[in-house]
Design a protein around this ligand. Structure first.
Ligand code: HEM
Length: 409
């Protein structure tokens, strides 16, 4: 039995003002109800942690098929038959293909390689006394993903084209994003042709699975493209957000320097506070009750991952950044349930290596200017984060990270 009167709102979720700082709007939606019908977008916003978790745990009632993006055009066109939009057995079949390759055990074997890359990049980027956290994160992620996927080095920047605007409502950005995303996929498809990929890469694993008849060759290519496209912007935005937080918070930065094992917590906290993927859709397959609100079959939900991280009913001092927060990894910025992000271990390993390298090399970190937000409808993050540093001359090896060399700013 529904216990809440269905609430509706005229809030325009994708207004420039809201996108710049969505958190007051999210707070208002959480106060309004467990599910709030957004008149302008024709979807039900789900802003609370508990309700989003309920949805994620029940893909039978809340389906990804035909409903992850805000337009029919994207759901039935560009995104159709991708791992993001499939449900049930077809989804499980595709998820299994690369699961072992990017699970925790496989990713732990990359630790040395990623640590070395991070130390090298941090040394390069910080040597002038300042750096852009977005540029550093991009290079780390493109090199890591490019190698793992099996791309030639010259193709690594193909990954930067970004495809997340295809989840947008019907607007200019979507119209621009669809052909760009298609072009990126075409470039990736060319780059991962059978004879071009490295043995041992994700692409070679997918082709081997196709040879054993577990999926078609076209599905193998599509799968690798899906993983490659999903892995870059998200991780770059999350890493840059973490560095921006640390550069503005000397207490937390000192905490990380004293205990670099908190690197993953530093990353999780940044994801909780500013989820790179702010919202995703689901279609309701049978009339249901969500948090006491009746929702009819066929309606679309918009899960506000960005709001769940600020939900005061779940988090104490929800707006503060705290490396000692208990169970921070339970945030929903990486999704949950059957569609939970399969790249969790890889994203965390990159964060661990990059943040540890920074903590080791830099004795002091602060903003060198105002970070610039890239305004998108469904993803959140910076396009530039200027940071000033003081570095240790001993950094690069594992000794004496405490000595400071002041560099001119
Ligand atoms: C900080 C970095 C990342 C964030 C914040 C993130 C976030 C997410 C979220 C929220 C979802 C669930 C979407 C939904 O509910 O429909 C998801 C799915 C996905 N992610 Fe990630 N992701 C990250 C990194 C990665 C990486 C490194 C990879 C690749 C190795 C990856 C590959 C995918 C794929 C393929 C899916 C679709 C899974 C499915 O629908 O079954 N992501 N990600």
């Amino acid at each position: 039995m529904p216990t809440h009167t269905a609430a509706s709102s005229s809030i325009s979720l994708f207004d420039q003002r809201v996108l710049t700082d969505p958190y007051p709007t999210y707070a208002a939606l959480r106060t309004t109800g467990p599910a709030v019908h957004l008149e302008e977008h024709g979807v039900w916003a789900v802003p609370g942690y508990a309700e989003v978790q309920t949805v994620l745990k029940d893909p039978g009632t809340f389906s990804s098929t035909g409903g992850v993006a805000l337009t029919e055009q994207a759901n039935t066109g560009f995104l159709a038959d991708s791992v993001v939009t499939l449900d049930g057995e077809e989804h499980t079949r595709l998820r299994k293909i690369l699961a072992r390759r990017i699970g925790p055990r496989a990713i732990s074997t990359l630790r040395e390689e990623l640590s070395a890359r991070a130390r090298h990049l941090v040394a390069e980027h910080t040597k002038g006394g300042s750096f852009d956290a977005v540029a550093l994160s991009r290079q780390m992620v493109c090199d890591t993903i490019g190698r793992l996927v099996g791309l030639a080095e010259t193709d690594h920047t193909t990954l930067l084209a970004g495809t997340f605007d295809v989840f947008d409502p019907d607007n200019d950005r979507l119209r621009q994003a669809l052909p760009e995303a298609a072009a990126m996929r075409a470039a990736l498809e060319r780059a991962i042709s059978r004879d071009a990929v490295d043995p041992g890469s994700l692409a070679s694993t997918a082709y081997a699975a196709a040879d054993r008849g577990r999926l078609t060759e076209a599905e193998a290519v599509r799968l690798v493209c899906d993983y490659a496209a999903a892995s870059v912007d998200t991780t770059v935005l999350g890493l840059a957000e973490t560095i921006a937080r640390l550069a503005q918070d000397p207490v937390q930065w000192t905490r990380l320097r004293r205990d670099p094992d908190r690197a993953e917590a530093a990353f999780h906290e940044a994801l909780r506070l500013d989820a790179p993927i702010q919202g995703r859709g689901r279609i309701v397959t049978r009339t249901t009750d969500l948090g006491g609100v009746r929702i009819e079959a066929g309606e679309q939900l918009w899960l506000l991952y960005g709001s769940t991280g600020r939900d005061e009913r779940k988090w104490t001092r929800a707006d503060s950044y705290d490396l000692a927060r208990p169970f921070v990894e339970r945030h929903l910025a990486l999704g949950g349930g059957t569609h939970q992000c399969p790249g969790v271990s890889l994203a965390l390993m990159q964060a661990r290596c990059l943040l540890r390298a920074l903590a080791h090399r830099c004795t002091h970190l602060e903003l060198a200017g105002a970070p610039v937000r890239a305004v998108h409808n469904t993803v959140r993050g910076y396009s530039s984060v200027p940071v000033a540093v003081e570095t240790s001359p001993y950094a690069g090896d594992a000794t004496a990270p405490g000595v400071t060399v002041r560099r001119p700013r």
